[in-house]
Write a protein that binds this ligand. Structure first.
Ligand SMILES: *Cc1c(COP(=O)(O)O)cnc(C)c1O
Length: 386
């Protein structure tokens, strides 16, 4: 059906307002607190355990490990600190290179930069919005050689230490294929699973394919700690190191302050873990609700000119943020303008990392799909419905 664009945009706005049964401002994503949040928070305050000591951190770590099927989980202050520590655990050092996708939230590239390493940008697949394993492989085949189990970039002579793909907007990328390529080229795989808590690929939770998965529990994510993050891994040594590094590298002792390396104060406070534990208890409800919302969007957009982004094959997505694909940049800009000026919050996909001033000189390889998506993708309101 081909309607005039203005009418079409107004129909989308009406539909979104009807979903949320309100005429006031509709945010892109807002948290819901319907469970034990107040109870657990009150317990923190009543017992005074609001900070670095308390039972909620341990309880959360145990439960998220169980939920994801990872052997170990280490809670942190946010997703960015999880990524930072993951890169340190991967051995990323000054002047190493780290492969990632240009279509991404800034946190991944920030974390790479904290290690004084350089990002290399490889394209995404159109149907996942996540790193493309075939493009990764063709880049590595042409541009690298393996020496002493290290992957060397022939052009820069630098070591490519790690690869950080993202499960964009909660949709799993082809992570099993990416893992295979990384193994073949001796590259440490860290999954940016910040947005994909509750998303599964081939029945395995995202973040459990790589050596490490990093999650975020920021206020806009599917479950929130206010601010928080988590590292998941099946490797005991990495888990122990992660705990050590995120807790100021303190050597356990009844009273002495001994630290055996430069550590970080990246531990999640107990009060954040209390909120998060209550949220985790609701995660499956949130996912059911969001998958149902996605179905309604999908049905609506079948009769519209805009394409609704569906979960990739072989995956069960948490549909954290719903996306639509417009026909071109002009249509996208018009849609953003009309929705936002009428109280329906929508956002374009992230500016490509290689278009930001800090990364404009980074190595890039054939970013056609990223550019295509960058011109067309818009996120639409995705909070759970009441
Ligand atoms: C939110 C997010 C992060 C960072 O998480 P914070 O908790 O905000 O530091 C990292 N990567 C992606 C893809 C994200 O969406």
């Amino acid at each position: 059906m081909s309607k005039n664009n203005d009418n079409q945009n107004l129909a989308v706005i009406d539909f979104i307002k009807s979903i949320y049964s309100k005429d006031k401002f509709i945010p892109l994503h807002e948290p819901r607190f319907k469970g034990n949040e107040k109870k657990y928070l009150r317990e923190c305050i009543d017992t005074t355990f609001v900070s670095s000591v308390g039972k909620f951190v341990d309880q959360f770590e145990e439960k998220i490990a169980k939920y994801t099927g990872a052997k170990y989980a280490v809670a942190t202050t946010n997703g960015t600190s999880s990524l930072h520590v993951s890169l340190i655990l991967a051995g990323v050092e000054k002047n190493n290179e780290v492969i990632t996708q240009p279509l991404n939230f800034i946190a991944t590239c920030n974390a790479i930069s904290y290690c004084s390493a350089k990002p290399i940008f490889i394209d995404v697949d159109k149907d996942t919005m996540g790193l493309s394993p075939s493009k990764l492989k063709s880049f590595l085949e042409k541009n690298t050689l393996i020496k002493n189990k290290k992957c060397i970039n022939k052009k820069t002579k630098r070591v490519i230490k790690a690869c950080v793909p993202t499960h964009s907007y909660g949709h799993p990328c082809r992570i099993d294929e990416i893992k295979k390529v990384c193994d073949e080229y001796c590259i440490f795989l860290i999954e940016d699973a910040a947005e994909s808590v509750g998303s599964f690929y081939k029945k395995k939770h995202t973040g459990t394919y790589g050596q490490i998965g990093a999650m975020s529990f920021n206020g806009n994510k599917i479950i929130t700690a206010g601010g928080g993050g988590c590292i998941i891994t099946n490797n005991k040594v990495l888990a122990k190191k992660a705990k050590h590094l995120t807790t100021t590298a303190k050597v356990p002792h009844k009273w002495n302050f001994n630290h055996d390396m430069i550590g970080y104060n990246y531990r999640m406070p107990n009060i954040n873990a209390a909120l998060l534990l209550a949220q985790l208890e609701k995660l499956n409800d949130f996912i059911d609700n969001k998958r149902n919302l996605a179905k309604r969007y999908e049905a609506f957009f079948k009769n519209a000119d805009y394409e609704f982004f569906k979960e990739p094959k072989n995956s069960k997505s948490n549909y954290w943020l719903n996306s639509i694909i417009l026909k071109n940049k002009h249509q996208k800009d018009k849609f953003l303008e009309q929705t936002n000026s009428r109280g329906v919050m929508t956002r374009p996909i992230w500016t490509l990392m290689n278009d930001l001033p800090m990364f404009k000189d980074a190595e890039c390889h054939n970013l056609n799909n990223s550019k295509w998506l960058d011109e067309r993708v818009v996120n639409i309101p995705s909070s759970t419905t009441l």
